[in-house]
Ligand binder design. Structure first.
Ligand SMILES: Cc1ncc(COP(=O)(O)O)c(C=O)c1O
Length: 446
């Protein structure tokens, strides 16, 4: 009988060949697979039955911990009630309710929401809205997009064009025209082993004035940055940097987009990084923690004036020719609403904030261990940068990743930087285990 085969879902597949795995060294993985078959709260269960402590909230998304009962129940009930309904010229209740909820959480006047299914789609949506918004206001000459070196904005053509990580761009041709980049904000010499936001680097925002002088501000639609650059290896914004970007964008009529796919939903102890930093952008892109990683969903939160700019012209004409089959999917909305309830009921953002100092102390205790050249942290995020093995970039961090997994802790690495971001239900013993295991692995590898 067709249905769910729990045996199949919990045992090693006979054939690993057909799945072309994303962002994975396929041949290396398939020779020695690391297979996860279950999860609860702070732990994964590996195919051999071992419990693995999740030091990364999956991929920065499972902020409330794994397989939480209220979210599971919401998904089960909604899929049985209304599995799918379109939102093109039709509607169903949950995306309206979720959008209102997100609008109350969002800073400033960001009170409208466009739904997508991933961070990448949220980013491409925000970039398209920015260009279309200026056009709707009679400024169709504003088409340029400004990203930042080392930025990560997903894998759509828009996202990789404004993104600034060359490995994620170079295979894919010329990308979007009319894109420029700010310099990244990291300097080992000026910032190594800073706790929290570095003092050095706010002046790097002034480079936006240089780009305005070069291109003329009237050609620039939007600037997009991650408040804390995550995927490139945890780059914390210098004090005053985001504030200065905000000032320059406002001065020149340029929209400021914060890509909060990682920093949203409690990673910095607030609903959004914008609130943490006290800087209100014109749009926020988010995904991941919005549904606790349970069901794919992304969203763009946008300011009222942006929405209003589209609400002109005849009422029978579609205002924005953009949308996905699954924009505002009922099951994803149910998961998101249950997730937001859980964050609030358990005060997970406040609870994790109370551990930020403990987390920072634990991260910085790795200073002085072999090959550790920097430790950076903010909120429930830490980056540990290792000196690359001569001629073998990434080998040292990959080795640490594999050894930690063997010892029962999931960490993440990008180049030679280890990134840590546990679920926000983590307690002190979990934090001790994450850094203790990583510390032992780094010492043993010396
Ligand atoms: C800041 C940022 N934007 C966009 C994305 C892309 O999200 P997704 O993988 O859901 O498309 C990510 C993913 O890590 C991200 O960190």
């Amino acid at each position: 009988m067709a249905g769910y085969d729990s045996q199949r879902a919990t045992s090693m597949p006979n054939n690993l060949e057909s799945f072309f795995m994303p962002f994975t060294a396929n041949r290396q993985f398939k020779k020695a697979p690391r297979m996860l078959v279950g999860a609860q709260d702070m732990h994964y269960v590996a195919v051999d039955g071992r419990r693995i402590l999740d030091g990364t909230a999956g991929l920065w998304c499972v902020n409330a911990g794994h397989a939480r009962a209220p979210i599971v129940k919401a998904v089960q009930e909604q899929v049985a009630r209304l599995d799918y309904a379109p939102n093109f010229q039709m509607g169903h209740p949950l995306p309206f309710e979720l959008a209102s909820r997100l609008a109350t959480m969002a800073p400033g006047n960001l009170d409208h929401v466009f739904f997508a299914n991933s961070g990448s789609e949220a980013v491409d949506t925000a970039l398209k809205i920015a260009i279309a918004y200026h056009r709707a206001r009679g400024e169709g000459h504003r088409t340029r997009l400004i990203g930042r070196e080392r930025g990560y904005h997903g894998v759509g053509f828009g996202g990789i064009s404004v993104g600034g990580i060359s490995s994620k761009r170079k295979q894919f041709g010329a990308l979007l025209p009319g894109v420029d980049h700010l310099p990244h904000t990291y300097s080992l010499a000026h910032q190594a082993f800073t706790r929290g936001q570095p003092e050095w680097g706010a002046h790097l925002a002034d480079d936006l004035e240089r780009l305005c002088a070069l291109h003329d501000p009237s050609t620039i639609a939007a600037v997009i940055v991650e408040p804390v650059a995550g995927s490139t290896g945890v780059l914390v914004p210098p004090r005053g940097y985001l504030e200065r970007l905000r000032q320059i964008c406002t001065k020149h009529g340029i929209l400021l987009i914060f890509d909060e796919v990682i920093t949203g939903f409690g990673r910095l102890g607030k609903g959004f990084g914008a609130e943490y930093f006290g800087v209100v952008p014109d749009m926020i892109t988010c995904a991941k923690g919005i549904t606790n990683g349970t069901i794919p969903m992304g969203a763009v939160l946008l300011a009222k004036d942006i929405y209003d700019a589209f609400m002109s012209g005849p009422e029978n004409v579609i205002e924005l020719f953009h949308g996905y089959t699954y924009s505002g999917h009922p099951v994803a909305c149910a998961a998101a609403l249950a997730t937001l309830d859980l964050y609030a009921e358990e005060d997970l953002f406040g609870r994790s904030t109370a551990l930020h100092d403990y987390w920072a102390d634990a991260a910085h205790s790795l200073k002085g261990l072999p090959h550790v050249i920097d430790v950076r942290n903010l909120g429930m995020v830490a980056g540990i940068e290792l000196e690359p093995l001569p001629g073998k970039p990434t080998a040292r961090a990959y080795d640490a990743f594999v050894k930690c997994f063997e010892k029962g802790v999931l960490i993440r690495y990008t180049a030679d930087i280890i990134a840590l971001s546990p679920p926000l239900i983590a307690g002190k013993p979990h934090i001790d285990e994450i850094f203790g295991t990583l510390g032992d692995v780094l010492k043993a590898a010396a």
